[in-house]
Write a protein that binds this ligand. Structure first.
Ligand code: IPM
Ligand code: MG
Length: 372
């Protein structure tokens, strides 16, 4: 690890390798994030892929104690120079009362860098009991506006109380945001089973989710090989439980996508194993969907699967953009090593296994090095 400032282009792979940020975060983040970094290094080395120059950045409780801010200004400034980073979980519910009314640390980073696409795959793994054992879909969630009033304003909050007994929230839907998230969804579908389900609620929210739906339709016309279906948010939850294997890519506004991705994460195994990335057109952040689990922190019991699969998705995303093409193979190698590990019966306690975090990581490392 190095905190050394690099000169020149940060997207190049010369000198110290491809720079990627690492923000361990709180609780179990301190075990699973460094574990994931070691596995990526093992994969990179055994595949002779371009090296990664990991840049550790203060974030979370430690940063709050040391710098008075869970996302210090110098962390934000360093992220601005990077095209990728791994964000560990934060336990912001335990931070001082006066900070709790604010946007969460992860939310601040998403907003600062306009990470508008929250991409959340839900794929059942062999060896993990799942309600939908054949589910293999991706929720593409709009991450910047919609019904989440804590983040849909440039200044201030879209949630307010004119009197102590009246609370209002403003939803925001813009053509630009609908268009760019739809574009992501259709592109992802083109690399998969070529089907997009547009999630809306136009029987009630005619103008807002109506604009979302209409713009998705327009974008879909630019991707003629992808078929499109439309579902109301309430109806789609029932269909996901009944026949989740029928879905490929679902695109949804912020709140619908937040709720749907918890549902699909759990249906495909466990929300605790659900990966995600948050992306703009130039940056990508790996962030497991789960929290900091302070109750088991430091006990060597946490499941690193979600962060490993998030990091794999981040590397694949970099490779699909301007990053080194070899990163796609590194991501794939990590993904199959996790699959093989769990299918062989090595799992942490949350999925009914006996392995500790370090035993799980060791087994994944062995498969990564062996290439199986
Ligand atoms: C998520 C979470 C966050 C969100 C919370 C923790 C602020 O639910 O990433 O899914 O609402 O975006
Ligand atoms: Mg959520």
């Amino acid at each position: 690890m190095t905190n050394e400032r690099r000169s020149g282009s940060v997207s190049g792979t010369s000198r110290g390798g491809h720079p990627i940020g690492v923000l361990d975060g709180d609780g179990i983040g301190k075990e699973i994030v460094p574990g994931a970094v070691r596995i990526v290094d093992a994969a990179v080395e055994s595949m002779s892929a371009p090296r990664i120059d990991w840049q550790r950045l203060p974030f979370g409780r430690d940063a709050l104690d040391d710098y008075g801010d869970a996302v210090p200004a110098h962390t934000m400034a360093a992220l601005a120079e990077l095209d990728a980073w791994v964000l560990g979980p934060h336990d912001s519910a335990s931070y001082p009362e006066e900070l709790r009314g604010r946007l969460t640390p992860g939310g601040r980073i998403r907003k600062e860098f306009d990470l508008y696409a929250n991409i959340r795959p839900a794929k059942a793994l062999q060896g993990v009991k799942a309600v939908s054992p054949t589910m293999d879909l991706v929720v593409v969630r709009e991450n910047t506006e919609g019904f989440y009033a804590d983040r849909n304003m440039f200044v201030g909050s879209g949630e307010f109380m004119p009197t102590p007994d009246v609370a209002l929230a403003v939803g925001v839907f813009t053509r630009r945001a609908c268009e760019r998230i739809a574009e992501q969804a259709f592109r992802i579908a083109e690399s998969r089973r070529r089907h997009v389900t547009v999630v809306h609620k136009t029987n009630v929210l005619r103008l807002t989710t109506g604009l979302f739906k209409d713009v998705c339709t327009e974008v879909g016309e630019r991707h003629p090989s992808v078929s499109v279906a439309y579902e109301h948010i309430d109806a789609v939850t029932a269909k996901l439980v009944r026949s989740g294997e029928d879905f490929d890519v679902l695109v949804a506004e912020n709140m619908f996508g937040d709720i749907l991705s918890d549902l699909t994460g759990e249906l495909s195994g466990s929300l605790g194993m659900a990966p995600s990335i948050n992306a703009s057109d130039s940056k990508v952040m790996a962030q497991a969907a789960h929290g900091a689990a302070p109750d088991i922190a430091g006990h060597n019991r946490a499941n690193p699967t979600a962060v490993l699969l998030s990091v794999a998705a981040m590397l694949e995303h970099l490779a699909a953009g301007d990053g080194p093409s070899e990163f796609a193979h590194v991501g794939g190698r990590i993904r199959s090593a996790v699959d093989t590990t769990i299918a062989s019966g090595v799992g942490t306690a949350d999925i009914g296994g006996l392995a500790s975090t370090s035993e799980f990581l060791e087994t994944v490392t062995a498969h990564v090095v062996r290439g199986a």
